[in-house]
Design a protein around this ligand. Structure first.
Ligand code: GLN
Length: 203
């Protein structure tokens, strides 16, 4: 199994380190020719969604990544990655990959509350630590998107089939459980591809 990590800007190295702790190899996607290498999943890191969105278009990565996600490539977006996947960003003129049926609010906690730490339950995982940095939250979900976590009433994690998003940054803490959850999603997709299931082989 190999997971591609979009490495245009932001906290991509931290995701690679989490995957390595789980014994999963990762591959940095920086330019179009990197898409020739087969990947079984994709992580879109936190950073600045406007910068990443612009680079995705300029480097001509946009259409093929969007198409692969729409065809079922498992994807995990954190923070800016959540914004890149959202079909609608309430306080932004444009959306980006727009593959996931969520409406997100950018910089939703305001300048003063830009960064904070909490612990909350994520459905299917349990109570985990969460770090928020100038984070978005999800205002609403549709078309079968499942809400996985809320903090103070706001949706901060969700899943729609092959797409997982968190408004917080699990890659910045020690807890591996969200990455393990995503690796299990990738294994599930690989199992379906080969007509079987291999989800007993945890890393
Ligand atoms: N505020 C950033 C944005 O709008 C996201 C912040 C982050 O990824 N930590 O893209």
């Amino acid at each position: 199994m190999q997971i591609g990590v979009l490495a245009l800007q932001g906290a991509f190295i931290e995701h690679e380190q989490m995957l390595s702790k789980l014994g999963v190899s990762s591959f940095e996607i920086r330019q179009k020719k990197d898409l020739e290498i087969p990947i079984d999943g994709l992580i879109i890191p936190g950073g600045e969604s406007t910068v990443q969105g612009k680079l995705l278009r300029e480097l001509d990565l946009f259409d093929s990544l969007k198409q692969r996600i729409e065809q079922g490539l498992p994807v995990f977006g954190t923070c800016a990655g959540l914004l890149l996947l959202a079909k609608k960003i309430k306080n932004d003129d444009r959306s980006h990959l727009a593959t996931m049926d969520i409406t997100a609010v950018r910089n939703a906690y305001g300048r003063q509350l830009g960064s904070f730490y909490t612990e909350e339950e994520v459905k299917g995982i349990g109570v985990i630590p969460m770090t928020f940095i100038r984070a978005p939250y999800i205002e609403s979900v549709s078309n079968g998107t499942e809400i996985l976590a809320r903090v103070e009433g706001h949706i901060v994690a969700a899943r729609q089939k092959n797409q997982l998003v968190t408004a917080f940054h699990p890659e910045l803490l020690e807890d591996l459980s969200v990455h393990r959850y995503f690796v299990d999603m990738v294994k599930g997709a690989l199992g379906q591809q080969w007509g079987g299931t291999n989800d007993k082989q945890r890393p």
